[in-house]
Design a protein around this ligand. Structure first.
Ligand SMILES: Nc1ncnc2c1ncn2[C@@H]1O[C@H](COP(=O)(O)OP(=O)(O)OP(=O)(O)O)[C@@H](O)[C@H]1O
Length: 304
């Protein structure tokens, strides 16, 4: 059911009923997931590790007890949407364009706080409708930090360990949540490593995950604020995106130049990376916008 067209759940007894799910089509994760993350995603060693483990493990598990829930956190432009796209492409031939992939953007689809109860009903119907059509559906919630906390709690039943809810099983579905909540915590940790002369790649998941979930839970602007999804341990993986450095920005610029079919001009490449702003103010290590806006800057230099 395309987003924007409320699914008609059809009350039981009135014509088309929600049926028990059809036999599940075997979908396994294409080997391209690891390969694409290794090749395309820069500076995110923790992300690659967690995402591959989580997605592969889930798709290969015929007896999953609940849907897979990933929560992606980090500074703007560090690759959260990019990774969601790579995950979608590894499961569905048409990637994000597949009719089984549904993206919700808080400010676009749920803009008015006063309509929260309507949104709750619609969201539940969309999810129920789409999963009853295709159990292996992927739902991506962008801008979780701008989402009303009550709204996200309304999908809790779908993320829980139920075998069937009204005849529908949600155990094959995948939910990905994207937000900037927790970015400060992640940056703090990355900076600590940097200031102590330790390699970025030495940051371990255990250094970050617990602090991240607590900070997201306690962040009033996170959409997960005091959310039962965290409280009840319904988020399987918190995935931390590290802030991107100058060298990563350069890598993004190089990819963008090549993807447009231009020859790489090292001088222009350096100029574009130099034009980006970096923080903290004294050390200037991390890109304020990650790799975002790189393509717009390219237009200026290459649009002869
Ligand atoms: N780590 C990365 N490796 C390679 N390319 C990246 C990376 N991060 C961002 N990019 C590039 O920058 C673009 C913008 O990044 P993306 O939309 O994924 O950021 P985001 O983390 O979702 O940001 P926001 O929080 O603002 O939504 C991507 O489409 C991709 O081309």
């Amino acid at each position: 059911v395309p987003l924007g067209q409320p699914f008609d759940p059809v009350a039981p007894g009135k014509g088309r009923e929600l049926r028990a799910v059809p036999p599940l089509t075997a979908v396994s994760c294409s080997p391209a997931l690891q390969e694409n993350l290794d090749r395309k995603l820069f500076g995110q060693h923790l992300v690659s590790k967690v995402v591959v483990k989580a997605v592969k493990g889930f798709l290969n598990n015929e007896n999953a007890k609940k849907p897979l829930t990933l929560s992606l956190h980090g500074w703007t432009g560090t690759g959260k949407n990019f990774v969601s796209k790579i995950i979608a492409e590894s499961i569905y031939k048409k990637g994000l364009k597949s009719k089984y992939v549904h993206q919700f953007v808080a400010t676009l689809h749920f803009p008015h706080a006063q309509d929260i109860n309507i949104y709750k009903d619609q969201l539940q119907s969309w999810i129920r409708g789409n999963v009853s059509i295709c159990p292996r559906s992927l739902f991506i919630f962008d801008e979780m930090d701008k989402m009303h906390a009550g709204l996200i709690d309304s999908i809790k039943p779908f993320l829980d360990y139920y075998e069937l809810l009204d005849g529908v099983s949600y155990r094959k579905a995948i939910f990905i949540f994207l937000s900037n909540a927790g970015a400060e915590k992640i940056t703090e940790l990355a900076l600590d490593f940097w200031r102590n002369g330790r390699a970025r790649e030495d940051i371990e998941l255990t250094d970050i995950q617990n602090a991240l979930s607590v900070s997201v839970f306690n962040n009033k602007n996170s959409g997960f604020w005091h959310s039962t999804l965290i409280d009840k341990n319904l988020i399987d993986y918190f995935v931390p995106f590290l802030p991107l450095e100058y060298k990563h920005v350069k890598m993004c610029v190089r990819v963008e130049i090549k993807s447009r079919g231009y020859t790489v001009d090292e001088d222009i490449l350096t100029r574009i990376a130099d034009e980006m702003t970096y923080f903290p103010r004294e050390e200037r290590i991390y890109s304020d916008k990650g790799c975002k806006t790189v393509d717009a800057k390219l237009d200026y230099y290459y649009d002869f």
